[in-house]
Design a protein around this ligand. Sequence first.
Ligand code: UN1
Length: 499
Amino acid sequence: MEHTGILKAAGLLRGDLTGGSLGVFSPIDGAEIARVTPHGQSEIEHKIGLAKQAFEIWRSVPAPRRGELVRLLGEELRAQKQNLGALVSLESGKILQEGLGEVQEMIDICDLAVGLSRQLFGLTIASERPGHAMREVWHPLGVCGIITAFNFPVAPWCWNGALALVCGCPVIWKPSEKTPLCALAVQKICDRALARFGDAPAGLIQTVVGERDAGETLTKSQDVAIISATGSTAMGRAVGGALAARFGRCILELGGNNAMIVAPSADIEMALRGIVFSAVGTAGQRCTSLRRLIVHADIYNPLLERLKSAYDGLEIGDPLAEGMLVGPLIDADAFAAMGMALAEAEADGGTVHGGQRVLEAQYPNAFYVHPAIVEMTRQTKIVGCETFAPILYVLKYDTLDEAIALQNDVAQGLSSCIFSTDVRETEYFISALGSDCGIANVNIGPSGAEIGGAFGGEKETGGGRESGSDAWKGYMRRQTNTINYSRDLPLAQGIKFEI
Ligand code: UN1
């Protein structure tokens, strides 16, 4: 489909796409596809005010009824899956299959949230006092700001938004300034769900378009109770600091530097598929992308040869075209960062295979690259950095402890995995002595997590958890109740205090 056809099918109108000061470019060919209007500070403050009023109402709507809104959102997303998936591909450059997968992730989390809306369970706790009961209940926390990155322009909004809505929190979304169109299209989908729902308060689901300052307005506002931010560690440090200063709550999902250990017993065919998907998928621009491959010395050479030939066969090009596996980098800055990282790795003694720009004649303003494999003898500083590009550093190991030490010896702690058929090794890897990451997989690559689990990681990844498991608690406040139904007033710990 023509690029203009994709914009139209996603429901974007002329007024959405023209007249603004913020240029939006498709990484597919570098062409400007829209000029959107950023929101000014006072508009954002107005939206925060609306959301605050919406909270007063929404928190008293029974949670299963709140779930009904998310059920309708899931229906609308199902109807728009193809169109929104194509827009994701056009605006972020990921291949269509991954664009569709991202929308599917939204649908999945909606389903999860609908079920949750009837299961926001608390606890009953045994009281030490006679005639007393203790409970723990969960109440809506307040307005939830959601800051997202270009590489996943729609799903992370939904991981947070769907949960926040059933938990009773209005949401305000600040998407990446590189992918505002996806957010505008999703807002329209939400507006349809809201219209079908009927009596949701105004300002329940809003979007603000803008650059860093738009995010800062949300972050600094005392009326925004929670900020969930996905993006770089530098961004998270700023957001986390601002939130800490005002005792706001944050959920941070930041950089990753994900590794795979390939043990001698590994199923090499499976490992190869796992490596290639997670290292070159989304052109290496996932927070869960495979960046470090730690291979046992006994299988290092044969695995590397197989890997190089798999890389040689990669289809690189227009991400909307059938059969493509690698789309473009997001922009010129990303390409420059990749070049600098490769140069530094080479200066550190690394051997680089691939990594060159391709299709330059056809797309002079877009940045397609051949994914790089870099053999390293040591884990140098650049290997410890998250470069958002398809660079796979390969390291050799002799003992599993050495491999795990290498895997853990970076600042980030998002995702990790081991390919091995030795149960002693795999269990050790996921034990307290193994991977220090939020995600540790066995015989699966580090990327492509399902929404049912809690998603996020430790150390510089920020410690936040989104999506499944009990991540919903991040959008609620916990209240402990002690109820005395006796005719006496005994004190805890047996304290005597007679008046
Ligand atoms: C991201 O890159 O910010 O596990 C998120 C995955 C996806 C999410 C990636 N479900 O790769």
